[in-house]
Design a protein around this ligand. Structure first.
Ligand code: C5P
Length: 298
């Protein structure tokens, strides 16, 4: 643990290849079954240890301020668990839009605690800290293709990661996760069987596009009723050649899957003229804690 150490780390976005909600819990959260998948769209974080207190310096897309920012909340929770006086600056280059269902804030939080762990190396359980910060945060510690259960924090990682070309697009609106969960009712609940089966097939090595009929998202019909422009975007994506197009998480982003990179690029070109925020990339196996760390001492 040396003051002045800086660690730079990428924080990838996720999409949900399946998302079913089992029911509402007494604590107000919902039990779900989901397949998380990291994609190569990423924020970049540089965490420097030293100074006094916690500071966030943000660039790129807009992010929440102060303690509303999950990076700072994550740093606070890490320092407390480590028994170390809080002293860090997080520089965040934001590329993942917020209110999109792409897990950007959760990924930033996971990257923050991984970076602090590289520097400080305290005897803490990163998975448990992550789950304390938010339901999706634990997934980003190891990333890849994973089945999430409980609030989303109980994870089984697939040794065989899904891969393929993806276009992610977002209409000019953001959706709060809490609001989207509030729109669910008992008629939305299911047993999670389709999503569990999808995960099994991915583990067996079946190509994702061969399981296209198993991609479900409980939020899609509800969000599209409340925000018709999301449904319009999904139809636009299908019309522009996507083999599958589905809402990610609780929205508002929609992702499309493609057999080839050329098809993905053509779709993005067609959508760009309609004024959406757009990303063209790939599903990747990525772990905030295992890869891509750049360290320096000042
Ligand atoms: O855990 P996180 O802070 O990301 O969740 C944000 C909100 O989304 C929660 O306050 C809750 O309203 C809702 N949520 C839920 N069930 C989950 C995850 C999130 O009801 N499994």
């Amino acid at each position: 643990m040396v003051s002045g150490q800086r660690v730079t780390i990428r924080a990838c976005a996720k999409i949900n290849l399946g998302l079913e909600v089992l029911g509402r819990r007494p604590d107000g959260y919902h039990d779900l079954v989901t397949v998380f998948q990291t994609v190569d769209l990423a924020d970049e974080l540089t965490v420097s240890f030293g100074g006094k207190g916690l500071r966030l310096v943000a660039a790129g897309l807009e992010v929440p301020d102060g303690r509303d920012n999950l990076c700072l909340r994550a740093a606070e929770i890490y320092f407390e668990a480590a028994g170390v006086e809080p002293a860090a600056t997080v520089e965040l280059l934001k590329r993942i839009p917020i209110g999109a269902g792409l897990g950007g804030g959760s990924s930033d939080a996971a990257a923050t605690i991984c970076a602090l762990q590289w520097i400080i190396g305290a005897d803490v359980n990163l998975q448990a800290l992550a789950a304390e910060i938010g339901s999706d945060v634990a997934f980003f510690i190891n990333g890849g293709t994973a089945l999430g259960e409980g609030r989303g924090e109980r994870l089984s990682t697939s040794a065989r990661a899904a891969s393929g070309n993806v276009v992610i697009a977002k209409p000019d609106l953001g959706i709060s996760t809490a609001e989207a969960y509030g729109l669910l009712g008992p008629e939305s609940y299911s047993a999670g069987a389709v999503t569990r089966r999808l995960f099994e097939r991915l583990q067996e090595g079946t190509r994702l596009l061969d399981s296209a009929d198993m991609l479900v998202n409980v939020f899609q019909p509800i969000v599209e009723t409340r925000y018709p422009e999301v449904g319009v975007l999904r139809e636009d994506m299908l019309a522009a050649g996507a083999a599958v197009a589905m809402l990610s998480g609780s929205g508002s982003a929609v992702f499309g899957l493609f057999a080839t990179a050329d098809q993905a690029r053509d779709c993005a070109e067609a959508l760009r003229d309609k004024g959406y925020w757009i990303y063209v990339g790939e599903m990747i196996k990525y772990s905030s804690c295992a890869s891509d760390v750049h360290r320096e001492q000042r």
